[in-house]
Design a protein. Structure first.
Length: 389
């Protein structure tokens, strides 16, 4: 068995899972999954919607395995994703800088979040075009350079001149850079983070950061009336007040910032119904920042708004503590008391979309929150949308 497992690993074969019965073989009271289908990477890349189904055993001890290579072939448009490997390209910074510095079309007078949204929307379109026409497909680029190196090596063998070896060396350098970009791509794809430098050259990196911090620091700013200030505290307060007026003035947040991508996470290995999936929403970074700011502001006031019995909102406690309290109540239900005892069982489910937003607004108003803050908070909680709806 060890040799067989080693062979599977050496051949890079993978088990993509299955649907149907959990076992493929039976004898008496013994059940096992003896039969399975293994695929290599080439198959998965070409037939990425392959599905393996365990059919009924009928009169046999073994279940036949059905391979469906056209399951869910409709496909879908992929959403925009920033690729870390773009950072290694020479023209990437210039593309972003030129796009960000260009006037906003058709109205360059817009400000605040709407201006940020317009620039991000345009940048996404530019990067999509740049990735397709300039950066191009990383795997095709590697294959093209590898073929070029093979031809150059043959040329150097037939004509070993310094010029040919120089061209070969340059081609190998290009291949090395492309392979580094490919490695970055797969690191991001696998959600793996590597520490590149460790503790080496700590003083150098610290000095470099300190230098950039000094260059990028704001040492003088206009108060708004034509007078400048060099006081650090005043500069900080002016910055906070300025962006509060632009970003938190009670107006509606552009839909761009509240849009989400719906991802279905299977709850188990064998999923058959939509109830077997857990939908999650992937929000934009800017939306998360706004959400975090609101949470930080509310966390200061929460001790005054909640009761000690609300375990899920008390720091250091967990909502599961209420389960223990409920069990104690059930055990003491038979104790005779004046007026009798009663437990009311409620059918409670997590239904975020069924929340009464008018009630939330009125409760926030009752607690004394400002109308602008209530509008912003309810909008952040209520508006998130996805392309599916």
């Amino acid at each position: 068995m060890k040799d067989f497992n080693d062979m599977i690993m050496n051949c890079n074969l993978i088990d993509i899972g299955f649907s149907g019965n959990n076992f493929t073989w039976n004898r008496g009271n013994l059940w096992q999954r003896l039969d399975r289908v293994l695929f290599n990477n080439d198959w998965v890349n070409v037939f990425n919607a392959t599905k393996v189904v365990h059919l009924s055993r009928t009169l046999s001890n073994h279940s036949p395995l059905f391979i469906n290579d056209n399951f869910n072939s409709a496909g879908s448009n992929s959403c925009f994703r920033f690729q870390n490997m773009w950072l290694a390209h020479d023209s990437f910074i210039n593309v972003v800088h030129n796009n960000w510095s260009a006037p906003v079309f058709p109205d360059d007078s817009i400000s605040g979040m709407r201006r940020l949204w317009a620039k991000l929307k345009r940048l996404k379109m530019v990067l999509n075009w740049w990735n397709k026409n300039v950066f191009k497909n990383i795997f095709s680029n590697i294959k093209e350079v590898e073929e070029k190196i093979n031809a150059l090596e043959a040329c150097c063998q037939n004509d070993p001149t310094d010029a040919n070896f120089a061209v070969l060396k340059e081609a190998k350098l290009v291949l090395t850079n492309l392979q580094c970009q490919e490695e970055t791509y797969w690191k991001q794809k696998a959600v793996i983070k590597y520490l590149a430098e460790g503790d080496n050259n700590t003083s150098f990196f610290h000095a470099l950061v300190s230098k950039k911090r000094a260059i990028n620091g704001i040492h003088k700013i206009d108060r708004g009336d034509g007078n400048f200030t060099e006081n650090g505290s005043e500069i900080a307060n002016l910055a906070v007040n300025f962006f509060q007026n632009h970003f938190f003035n009670g107006t509606l947040i552009p839909k761009f910032f509240t849009s989400t991508s719906i991802v279905l996470i299977p709850k188990s290995n064998n999923v058959n119904t939509w109830n077997d999936f857990r939908p999650i929403s992937l929000c934009t970074i800017f939306y998360k920042l706004i959400y975090k700011i609101l949470v930080n502001r509310l966390s200061v006031l929460l001790p005054k708004l909640i009761s000690p019995n609300q375990m899920g909102f008390v720091k250091g406690r967990a909502i599961v503590d209420n389960i223990l309290i409920a069990q104690e109540f059930c055990q003491d239900l038979d104790i005779k008391t004046r007026g009798g005892n009663m437990i009311l069982k409620l059918d409670i489910t997590k239904a975020y979309d069924n929340i009464n937003w008018c009630f939330i607004s009125k409760m926030l108003k009752f607690f004394g929150f400002d109308d602008k803050f209530i509008l912003l908070l309810v909008f952040v909680l209520k508006v998130p949308s996805s392309p599916l709806f």
